[in-house]
Design a binder for this molecule. Sequence first.
Ligand code: HEC
Ligand code: HEC
Length: 215
Amino acid sequence: MQPLHLWFLAGVGLLAAACDARPAEAPKPVVLPPVAPGELRSPEAFASIQDNDARAASIFLEASKVLLHPRCVNCHPHDGVPRQGDSGERHSPPAERGPRDRGVAAMECTSCHQVQNLELARVPGAPGWHLAPAEMAWLGRSPAAICAQIKDPARNGKKTLAQIVEHSARDALVAWGWAPGHGRTKAPGTQAQFGALVDAWVKAGAACPPEEARP
Ligand code: HEC
Ligand code: HEC
């Protein structure tokens, strides 16, 4: 056979091989164990996800069921107004962030909000009640955006990831989300479970979910 023909045949062979090649093995979709509304999956539920970044991202999405809950978001707005209730209405009576996130003179948060819930007056309370600084705003943001800012020391109050875990598991304002009083819906799961998820997210490398992902 002429060398030219050989090249031709080799070319056809390569082409055929290329056409035959299956698309690269797609990662198998991971089926997470079912979970009831109002509950959280534990970190073990994500153990079958081999890739660290994918596992961290899935764990963060689970934790964002809490982060996006009205009990948390109402105190993490981007503007000067706390929100209230499950539909995030503007705070009534009117209240303003003020220069240090603690209200304005004669209308400080703690002039109404005590260290514990006041059941009869329906005023929620916990020690040191005040708004999260605007750079820690979650209202209207995606899990991806919240993830990025929560691990950015410039936007998380200069916290290390270990301090974020500690804050999640122990902070008194966070704890209020599971004991909000006066018939308010509590955040899903328990604070201990939430803290364990944040801890597992950090241990898996703290990767963030894609922008469009929702819990
Ligand atoms: C009464 C208002 C209030 C409520 C309710 C509240 N937070 Fe916060 N949150 C704050 C304040 C204030 C800070 C800033 C604390 C600091 O920097 O020391 C903060 C900071 C945080 C941080 C630190 C990092 C960051 O970038 O945001 C986390 C994590 C957090 N809150 C989680 C939660 C979760 C989860 C809930 C609901 C279960 C919640 N918070 C409910 C006021 C609140
Ligand atoms: C004049 C009294 C008063 C002041 C001042 C005040 N609050 Fe409130 N706040 C209330 C009352 C009363 C409620 C309960 C409203 C309801 O549930 O009907 C409330 C509810 C809330 C809630 C809603 C909790 C939820 O998830 O439903 C948040 C968050 C909150 N306040 C934050 C603040 C912050 C932060 C400040 C200071 C910047 C502040 N408040 C100042 C009286 C006050």
